[in-house]
Write a new protein. Sequence first.
Length: 222
Amino acid sequence: MVKKTIAIDGPAGAGKSTVARLVAKRLGYLYIDTGAMYRALTLLVMNQSIPVTNEEEITALAKKSDIKLINNNGRVFVYCNGINVTEKIRQPEVSHYVSQVASIPGVRKRLVELQRAMTGSGRVVMDGRDIATTVLPHADCKFFLTASVAERARRRYRELIEKGFKITEEEIEADIRHRDVMDSQRKVSPLVCAPDAIVIDSTNLTVTEVVDTIIGYCERMR
Ligand code: DC
């Protein structure tokens, strides 16, 4: 594989993290889950009881917080100020507030800087909402992964139930719809499909089929 940077964007629950992690594993690339970084900051905001509307204080917090992703044996661990928050950032409450925190311009500026610094000399798969448009506009391969709202809610529901959270599929679907609106309508780098991205609708595809499709395109773009 000669391509160095792979960007995967798409709405909540489209399967980006699962697919991006597997693509990175197969290619021996570094996987960067940018959503996890916005989630880590949101958890910190919640723990410090800062209202999500307080943009100034949240921006200041983003600037002084150390958010790191550590890849170990194909798994990604998320650290915030030295504390492992990998599990905690998946709580439904974090999911509920994260879009609002992610819409703050100062937060995006700081996290985009960190994300770019993490790419180093390349060989990365990065997933998020604004990777192909803002973080890595010169990425070698760009994908926009999507699926129907019902299918995305079903997937998230299964994931959360397996982790022991008590939540209904209806609540998840409502949350996904809310995040779709927030993520695609915010002023700074909203969720949009880059004009040069390849769109993959995963509603009726297995994870392996999506991974194979992405790697297939990357090989052909050589
Ligand atoms: O991919 P995810 O569900 O873990 O992302 C959590 C939230 O973070 C998502 O609702 C929007 C925000 N996000 C963003 O604004 N930009 C990114 N590059 C990644 C995530």
